[in-house]
Design a protein around this ligand. Structure first.
Ligand SMILES: [Zn+2]
Ligand SMILES: [Zn+2]
Length: 64
C-alpha cells in the first residue's frame, strides 16, 4: 500500500507532490491576497483597510 499524501492548493486547485511545494506555492502565488488576516479569529481580508476596520470594531484595536 502506497502512502500518498494529497497536497492540493485549495485556492486554485493545483496539485503538488510535496506539502513543502504547496506551502511555497501559496506564499508566492497567493501570498498577496492572504496578507491581511486577523489572528484573533482567523479571518482574511482583501485590504489593509478592511482589516483595520474589523480590528477596531471587533477587538477595539488601537493604533498608536
Ligand atoms: Zn494555488
Ligand atoms: Zn478578528
Amino acid at each position: 500500500m502506497r502512502f500518498f499524501k494529497k497536497s492540493r492548493c485549495d485556492i486554485c486547485g493545483k496539485k503538488f507532490s510535496k506539502e513543502e511545494e504547496l506551502m511555497n506555492h501559496k506564499q508566492i502565488i497567493h501570498g498577496k491576497d492572504l496578507q491581511y488576516d486577523c489572528r484573533e479569529c482567523n479571518k482574511y481580508f482583501q485590504s489593509m483597510q478592511e482589516m483595520r476596520t474589523h480590528l477596531q470594531r471587533e477587538h477595539s484595536y488601537r493604533k498608536n
